[in-house]
Design a protein around this ligand. Structure first.
Ligand SMILES: C[S@@+](CC[C@H](N)C(=O)[O-])C[C@H]1O[C@@H](n2cnc3c(N)ncnc32)[C@H](O)[C@@H]1O
Length: 215
């Protein structure tokens, strides 16, 4: 799943992952992150998700990272914001008010570029990545966010039913990926619904990842 794979998906408008409303499990479980107004939420691999708008509407600062520039431009236009656009290493940073989105590879994003993060919201990000990329993603995410707590939406289905993305990342793998730095609490498990349910059957899980105290 290199950059070209995703850019082609965007160009051909094959973006079945994009939902027409904020994700149900975000709305249901955001409180578990214990955020206060003005706190910063990082949304990796954010696409043009309406979750960004929903988080902003709760007076949170939102920072995203996304390969596709047009998707990012659409988010700012939807918010009636005219972004300031600056180079940030190999990425391009779009900023206006409480919204910052880095266009480019999340793996090129550093803690210094990102700034302080209070929580991570991962929907269709970890599960968008192939197995060999996930360990590096999990540790990079933890590293650039100062091991911020996470609300992570996972999928668990029989991988033989279809090829990813989205991939199945079952409980054992979530625990393996994150257990060194986080306690993982399963807060909800519900049947896969929406367009994905036509391709596979299984469950969608909401995980709360709470950083372990440094020993
Ligand atoms: C499955 S989509 C999910 C988008 C969004 N989270 C949502 O819920 O609609 C994955 C997104 O991640 C982007 N992406 C994949 N790998 C990336 C990377 N390494 N850096 C930045 N964006 C990436 C793709 O362009 C795509 O928009």
């Amino acid at each position: 799943m290199d950059e070209e794979f995703w850019q082609i998906r965007w160009r051909e408008n094959r973006i079945g992952f994009h939902e027409g409303r904020p994700h149900e499990q975000l709305v249901d479980h955001v409180e578990s992150l214990g955020l206060s107004e003005g706190d910063t939420v990082f949304v990796p691999l954010c696409g043009k998700s309406l979750d960004l708008d929903w988080l902003l509407s709760r007076n949170l600062r939102v920072v995203g990272a996304e390969f596709n520039r047009q998707a990012v431009e659409e988010v700012f236009a939807r918010q009636s914001l005219v972004p300031e656009i600056r180079d940030a290493g190999s990425l391009i940073r779009f900023s206006a008010d409480a919204l910052d989105i880095f266009v480019g590879d999340v793996f090129a994003l550093t803690a210094a570029m990102l700034g302080a993060v209070d929580a991570v919201y991962d929907r269709a990000a970890l599960v968008a990545l192939p197995p060999e990329t996930r360990p590096g993603y999990a540790s990079h995410l933890s590293g650039i966010t100062g091991q911020a707590k996470q609300l992570l939406i996972g999928l668990d289905y029989d991988q033989a039913q279809m090829n990813g993305p989205p991939f199945s990342v079952p409980e054992e793998e979530i625990r393996r990926l994150y257990e060194s730095g986080y306690g993982a609490e399963l807060i909800s498990r519900r049947p896969i619904s929406g367009p994905l349910a036509r391709r596979c059957s299984g469950t969608e899980e909401a995980w709360l990842l709470i950083p372990k105290p440094a020993s």
